[in-house]
Design a protein around this ligand. Sequence first.
Ligand code: GAR
Length: 221
Amino acid sequence: MKRARLAVLVSGRGRNLRALQAACAVGHIAADPVLVVSNDATAPALEFARQCGIPALALEHTAYASRPAFDAALATALRAVQPDIVALAGFMRVLGAAFVTEFEGRLLNIHPSLLPKYPGLHTHRRALTAGDHEHGATVHFVTAELDGGPRILQGVVAVKPDDDEDRLAARVLEDVELKIYPQVVAWMARGELRCLAGQAMFRGAPLAAPLGLDALEETFR
Ligand code: GAR
């Protein structure tokens, strides 16, 4: 089977990128990382990509006069590698409608909350402040609405009484994010998951609600 071409957009540390790269390398995801782009030239994720031999590009958003100019440069870089899947993995820039439309159906994002709860920033802090008993992360297709596209897979963790922001963030990352993102990208690479007319379709049927951790295949648990 033809392997999918995977591009990953990052801004920081790159734990999700590492999980995706590792799953590709051992064959759990039938894809090859073809490009990593960061809007921050100092992002450790970029250095990791270079060490793995993945083409890595810094596009500093501060070098562009406007959001559309940055988006256009990013679109040009992506077009050149013809990605089947574009995974936002800790990418902290909002993408405009023109960019999203061009790559629609190929664009995935991971967000550290149980969407539709807490789109935007400081999700762990907001969950703690609200006294939530459950928190988690969501992988969804990207649309022009911030963190608002069709949800695919969501994982829940219990909030513990002694949790602070860092402890909760670490548990969401380890127990949920690093499992659900490789799984979703694997489904995409196999052609089992699509976005049709704003609707997530899994194995030919619309997803009425996001899948949960029980949907993870053995390899991704
Ligand atoms: C992850 O927790 C990811 O869910 C979050 O940033 C972190 C990146 O960590 N993304 C967002 O907040 C997107 N709005 P990483 O660089 O180590 O993967």
